[in-house]
Design a protein around this ligand. Structure first.
Ligand code: PMP
Length: 354
């Protein structure tokens, strides 16, 4: 291999998502998908589009969908950028706003894509350790050299940072972009979107993969000042001027417009999360307070790795990150009530074995 390519390969450490298992009869609680199907309107819109429009290119400006998102969040469509899942929107954000030679900051325990993108785009970074209770030490993110990125709620911990604290981080990073990755925000108390009209250095990134049950359709979006959105659009146009396909556009639009269904399913997941958290404590788990659609937990007596393996043998797949300082934690996605009851049946059996 030539020197150039081998150094490129070294720099490129792919992100490995949770296992995608095909077996039937497993309970899949490892990748934070929504256990409920998307709104029935999504399927109707996709069906209609398939019957009549697939021979046509999709809209490069995605105006209707951007309008639907803008209306939902009380901003203008000029404040919205749409991409192929929020992973792609995040990748474009790294390219548009972070520079080689200027160090960016993100938490030590966080979404594992950030170091992957940093290395891929040659952006130096510093990982800021969290407090011992996994809360984010906001002052440590002030006055960055090249920008800041963090999820809110954080992943994989589920810990939420108040909007006021997010605002302080934005205020204390003049001249640098602060990217707030709100993949799980609809299960939490409030979004930083309310701040985008006041700060030109704040970019909020959201997804339809979690609260709108559309992980398979791949739609994510960013909200920010029109200048930030233009910068993202310029990067996107250099790769592919059609950001997402026709089915994704109409499906996502239908999902954004069915507010009643969205409210019902997110509230249901939040309720399930709360009883599961309580129940896990009765099973002697230490449960980190979560505002996401998952729980991050550690058992008082059992190793996370052993529990992960035993649960898997019993047909329940959760997420275990085999690395310090979180090697003794499990991340459990909130499923349906029936799935969670089955989790507890299996846990009772496993923990009883000693
Ligand atoms: N951000 C965070 C924090 C995530 O956990 C995920 C899901 N793995 C994403 C972004 C990406 O989600 P998607 O590409 O499906 O929109």
């Amino acid at each position: 291999m030539s020197k150039f390519w081998s150094s490129m390969v070294k720099r490129t450490e792919p992100y490995i998502p949770g296992e995608q298992l095909n077996e039937e009869n497993i309970i899949k609680l490892n990748t934070n998908e929504n256990p409920y199907p998307p709104s029935p309107d999504v399927l109707k819109s996709i069906q209609k589009e398939m019957e009549h429009k697939l021979q046509l290119y999709p809209s490069p400006s995605v105006d209707h969908l951007r309008q639907a998102i803008a209306a939902q969040h009380d901003v203008k469509k000029e404040n919205i950028f749409v991409g192929n899942g929020s992973d792609e929107v995040l990748a474009f954000s790294f390219m548009a706003f972070f520079e080689p030679g200027k160090k960016i900051l993100f938490p030590e325990i966080t979404y594992s894509f950030y170091p992957v993108y940093s290395k891929l785009f040659n952006i130096p970074f510093e990982k800021i350790p969290l407090n011992s209770d996994f809360t984010l030490p906001k002052e440590e993110f002030f006055q960055s050299e090249g920008g800041v990125i963090f999820p809110n709620p954080n992943a994989p911990t589920g810990v939420y940072l108040s909007i006021r604290a997010v605002e302080e981080i934005v205020q204390n990073n003049p001249g640098c972009v602060v990217v707030v990755d709100e993949a799980y925000i609809d299960f939490a108390s409030g979004s930083a979107i309310s701040l985008i009209n006041s700060y030109d250095n704040l970019l909020v990134v959201q997804t339809l993969s979690k609260s709108r049950s559309l992980a398979g359709l791949r739609v994510g979006f960013a909200l920010g000042n029109a200048a930030l959105i233009q910068a993202l659009t310029r990067i996107k146009d250099s790769f592919n001027s059609y950001p997402i396909d026709r089915l994704a556009i109409v499906g996502a639009e239908a999902a954004m417009l069915d507010h009643t269904y969205f409210k019902q399913t997110t509230e249901r997941i939040i309720q399930t999360r709360e009883w599961v958290a309580k129940e896990l404590k009765d099973y002697h788990f230490h449960v980190i307070p979560s505002q996401a659609n998952f729980l991050f937990v550690r058992h008082n007596d059992h190793q996370a790795k052993d529990l992960y393996e035993r649960l898997k043998q019993e047909g329940v797949v959760v997420r275990h990150f085999d690395k310090d300082p979180i090697a003794n934690y499990l991340r459990i996605t909130i499923g349906t009530d029936e799935e969670m009851k089955l989790l507890f049946t299996k846990l009772a059996f496993i923990l009883d074995e000693g």
